[in-house]
Design a protein around this ligand. Structure first.
Ligand SMILES: [Fe+2]
Length: 203
């Protein structure tokens, strides 16, 4: 991969091909989506610590993970509070199997394949935030309290996404290939999960 923008376009294409999507104007579907986001987000800090520990001492990648950890700190707790505002105790809910598979695969790769693997999952998590105009419309429908964490991510992820592209572009070819594989596999897990959610809503 010479330019991470190509990967971004490819992932956007995979996302765009999926129909139907989740309708966040529906309160029930928004809450279900936020629960999924929580189950991934709660692993972010630990994944960044593990990835930083797997990266070579003194490397640019290790520094990037350490700096990024500061920026993501506390967001899962904030999202748990958002969900608590509508009576959901998200810590009591079971993580979906696709989330376990997705996150578990990233841990596997960090320990046994490459410290760069987490960047692949980050591509999926950070490159496609909801536009702020959509967040505003959802706040009008559902109230600002429920959307706090999503808004935060829509505000900061455009910047995080650019940083991520820069880090990926600096990796050796073999690690870039790991990132691309990890990103596409992560997205497939999420799309499978979304497909299952849509089918259960339609049933
Ligand atoms: Fe982020």
């Amino acid at each position: 991969m010479s330019d991470p923008k190509n990967l971004r376009v490819e992932l956007a294409g995979m996302l765009g091909r999926q129909t139907p999507g989740i309708d966040l104007r529906s309160r029930a579907q928004l809450i279900e989506q936020l629960i999924v986001v929580f189950h991934t987000m709660r692993t972010t800090e630990h994944l960044l610590q593990v990835a930083g520990g797997a990266a070579a001492p003194g490397s640019r990648l290790r520094r990037y993970y350490a700096e990024h950890l500061i920026e993501e700190r506390g967001h899962a707790r904030l999202l748990a509070e958002d969900l608590a505002s509508v009576g959901i105790d998200v810590l009591k809910l079971e993580p979906p199997a696709d989330v376990l598979a997705l996150i578990g695969s990233i841990y596997y790769e960090l320990f046994h394949v490459s410290a760069a693997a987490l960047l692949g999952w980050q591509c999926v998590a950070e490159w496609f935030p909801l536009p702020l105009s959509t967040i505003g419309a959802l706040e009008d429908l559902h109230g600002k309290k429920l959307l706090r964490t999503l808004r935060l991510h829509s505000e900061i992820d455009p910047h995080h996404g650019t940083e991520l592209e820069r880090e990926i572009a600096r990796l050796p070819d073999a690690d870039q290939a790991v990132v691309a594989r990890s990103a596409k596999r992560s997205l497939v897990y999420l799309l499978n999960l979304r497909g299952r959610m849509c089918r259960s809503l339609a049933a």
